[in-house]
Design a protein around this ligand. Structure first.
Ligand code: GLP
Length: 261
């Protein structure tokens, strides 16, 4: 796992967007795995800027989102369909038929989940998966104790997640209790993972993910087993890392890094 400690949220967003732009410049028909939440918003803004000003082309791109609330229709302003449309899709040239977000309103959830998994395979697998992290260490909606081999399915949200996400709804009572989410096993099959985290409230989850044991109590810890996982964090989110100085040292010694005195 490569831990990159950035000076600001802006730097996290730009570094993550650059990873995606570099991929699209070498593989224009790449398959992107996308995430919601407040953390990737800056990265999406940067991708939109690159599309509008630098001609970054999404015309051959396919996307798969991690998760969706069960019961929210795509036009609900807190659905992840709506989030993605407002913050990314409507500003770039990705063909609508290439966009996949799990359905929160499918009648047969089990069949939908199996279809979603198959569709990822049929599209050649995910090249880069963007991830945030919940304050309880979850990735997508894989709450603590989710199997590290899990596939796309319905999950019951943890109380902590409902409280964390209540800020986007009128009250905690309005946050859906169930979500449809890619599994940890599904996420781990992506060829590259980019996890973004900022702010102090993520410091413990980040430390558990990077330096804790690989275990279901922090599903993000599965990233330790991935051959190509990058973690972009700010100083606040890095606050509880024991090996923080080492991660910084590594970055200064990378080829092309600015040489310090
Ligand atoms: C939700 C999403 C996750 C996201 C997390 C953190 O639970 N399912 O994919 O990583 O929120 O969100 P935020 O970035 O707003 O802290």
């Amino acid at each position: 796992m490569e831990v990159v400690i950035c000076r600001s949220y802006d730097e996290i967003s730009k570094a993550a967007a650059k990873e995606i732009a570099d991929l699209l410049n070498t593989k224009p028909d790449a398959v992107l795995g996308l995430a919601t939440g407040s953390t990737p918003l800056g990265m999406y803004k940067e991708l939109v800027r690159m599309h509008k000003h630098d001609g970054l082309d999404f015309s051959q791109v396919t996307t798969f989102n991690l998760d969706e609330y069960v019961g929210l229709s795509p036009d609900h302003d807190q659905s992840y369909h709506y989030f993605m449309h407002e913050n990314l899709f409507k500003h770039i040239n990705v063909p609508p038929q290439n966009i996949h977000v799990p359905s929160g309103t499918a009648k047969n959830h089990k069949a939908f989940c199996a279809w979603y998994e198959q569709r990822i395979k049929d599209c050649g697998g995910i090249d880069v998966q963007v991830l945030g992290i919940g304050s309880d260490g979850h990735i997508a909606f894989n709450e603590p104790t989710s199997s590290l081999g899990s596939r796309t399915r319905i999950k019951t949200l943890a109380k902590q997640t409902i409280e964390d996400n209540a800020r986007f709804f009128k009250s905690a009572g309005e946050v859906p209790i169930y979500a449809i989410t890619m599994g940890v096993g599904t996420i781990m099959e992506a060829r590259k993972l980019l996890l973004l985290a900022n702010k102090k409230n993520k410091a413990k989850a980040v430390a558990d993910m990077v330096e804790g044991p690989v275990c279901t109590m922090c599903t993000a810890s599965a990233l330790q087993l991935h051959p190509d996982a990058m973690v972009f964090i700010d100083e606040d989110a890095a606050g509880e890392l024991k090996m923080k100085d080492y991660y910084k040292w590594i970055q200064t010694k990378k080829p092309g890094a600015p040489k310090s005195a």
